[in-house]
Design a protein around this ligand. Structure first.
Ligand SMILES: *Cc1c(COP(=O)(O)O)cnc(C)c1O
Length: 496
């Protein structure tokens, strides 16, 4: 299978090349030239399989230049022993017909582990095929969770270096601590005096800067990305939607072919796009609910067909969704416009020049036929955390609460009782202050670890060991840099 660029259909690369490169030279994102479709019996056949075999079944369709042994080793390396739940991504029932798909049982307690435990393995194999003997430098812009998950995935992986940029005031104290205490000989972490979009724009700029690439190439180094612009980040995420459906079949909660709704708390549009791919592959999905916080650029886009980032940026209690430029939307636009790379190029130019674009009526109608958007502000999000705990004894993180709340509002408005898979994207203890404040009504500031203990005492829900242990770890990374100085920081961190 070949991969084309959303901005140039003439580009054609293998899966390995797409993973090594991360982003196409002209700035487009890689998309498979066609989407493989599973038969109903193949989907039903996933019942009774473990997660590793489900992953192999899906990934082999997309990564066809990997041998079976290579794929097996990658998948076992990722999911064999680093997740604390044997189901890897278990379902938890939340009242009638609603299921939380818990994606945070990996080493960093957020859903990013689902892909970032696998990506280093995929990248190492891809490098051996597409760029042997090169050292790969991973640049990451993070709104909090990706950075830590990428650091954990790549730490001390031979032939790789990793540098993470995060907005200095845009991540939770626990997220910050997770990154500044990171271990490993090939890792670097730099704070940006700006927001996530500044960090992401800076990283994208470095990627497409030929002078930088040349300088690195002279030293046998190659840039790649662990952000969800990289296909290798996205493809592992398709797996858990099939896995969730299989679990519902196994539990006889649904019958084969029964449609479900999928609800996703959304930032960069990667997770929900993976669900869309699963559906295009044959997973029976009725609607996708795109849940946003107060940075509701996607809600407006789904309702109007106009994407407009010219608005105030809000720092919310769901920092992983504090994003005004959702990169992966580009891939959806490409698919919905019948793979019209010129049209996508035009829209993306509008976004970069004017901060806005309007899609055609056809694309808008196609999008609205499958997607609904909704948003919650911080107050409403805290209300949902409290309601869910009181009604079900279930402690959810703020991002998950946004999804639960948007789904609740959608059901109230439409009466659509279709069973729902709601993506639960982080452990509540990554955001202990906000969650505690939701339950007690107090302001949720103070020492993060004390608040986590208080939350645990109050709810009886255990603090994940990987978070509890952070309070004793020494901080290694304290550098802060201006967004305009990111390139310099990269060179300095790499010592070139
Ligand atoms: C990254 C993240 C999201 C947003 O996912 P996207 O793929 O960027 O849309 C939501 N919740 C949490 C906890 C996250 O870490």
């Amino acid at each position: 299978m070949k991969y084309v660029s959303t901005r140039d259909s003439g580009v054609s690369v293998t899966a390995s090349q797409a993973i090594v490169q991360g982003i196409s030279n002209e700035g487009g994102l890689f998309v498979p030239e066609s989407i493989p479709v599973l038969s109903k019996s193949q989907i039903a056949g996933m019942t009774g399989m473990d997660y590793i075999n489900r992953a192999k079944a899906i990934l082999s369709l997309y990564l066809d230049d990997f041998t079976e042994q290579e794929l097996e080793a990658c998948v076992r390396g990722a999911y064999g022993s680093s997740f604390s739940d044997p189901a890897i991504a278990p379902l938890s029932r939340l009242g009638m017909g609603n299921y939380l798909l818990e994606l945070w049982h990996g080493p960093t307690c957020a859903f990013k582990d689902m892909a970032l435990q696998l990506l280093p393995h995929l990248l190492t194999v891809s490098m051996s095929k597409a760029a042997p003997d090169k050292e790969v430098v991973i640049l990451v812009a993070t709104s909090g969770d990706t950075g830590k998950a990428a650091l954990e995935g790549f730490k001390d992986v031979p032939g790789t270096r990793i540098l993470v940029f995060y907005p200095v005031d845009g991540v939770s104290p626990m997220q910050k601590r997770q990154m500044t205490t990171q271990e490993g000989g090939n890792v670097g972490v730099v704070a940006i005096a700006g927001n996530f979009d500044d960090a992401q724009t800076g990283v994208k700029k470095i990627f497409t800067d030929e002078a930088v690439q040349k300088r690195l190439a002279e030293r046998g180094m190659l840039l790649s990305s662990a952000n969800s612009i990289n296909w290798g980040r996205l493809v592992p995420q398709i797996v858990y939607y099939f896995s969730a459906y299989a679990q519902m079949l196994e539990a006889e909660e649904i019958r084969m072919r029964e449609l479900v709704n999928i609800v996703v708390p959304t930032g960069n549009f990667g997770n929900i796009l993976a669900a869309y791919f699963a559906c295009e592959m044959g997973l029976p999905v009725k609607r996708f609910l795109c849940a946003s916080n107060q940075n509701n650029v996607l809600t407006d886009f789904i309702n109007t067909g106009i994407y407009d980032r010219n608005r105030a940026f809000h720092n919310t209690i769901t920092p992983s969704m504090d994003i005004l430029i959702s990169s992966n939307l580009e891939r959806l636009l490409y698919l919905l416009s019948d793979r019209d790379s010129r049209e996508v190029g035009r829209l993306m130019e509008g976004l970069s020049k004017e901060g806005r674009y309007a899609v055609s009526d056809t694309v808008k109608e196609k999008m609205q036929a499958r997607f609904s958007g909704g948003c919650l502000d911080d107050g409403a999000t805290k209300g949902v955390i409290r309601e869910v705990f009181e009604a079900y004894g279930y402690l959810c993180d703020p991002h998950t609460a946004v999804a639960v709340g948007v789904h609740r509002d959608y059901v109230r408005k439409t009466g659509d009782g279709t069973k729902a898979i709601i993506a639960s994207t982080a452990s509540p203890y990554k955001f202990a202050g906000s969650v505690l404040s939701a339950l007690t009504g107090e302001n949720g500031s103070g020492d993060e670890f004390l608040m986590a203990s208080e939350l645990s005492r109050l709810t009886g829900v255990q603090i994940p060991g990987q978070l509890a242990g952070l309070s004793h770890k020494p901080e290694r990374f304290t550098r802060v840099c201006a967004p305009g100085m990111m390139e310099k920081a990269v060179m300095e961190e790499l010592m070139i």
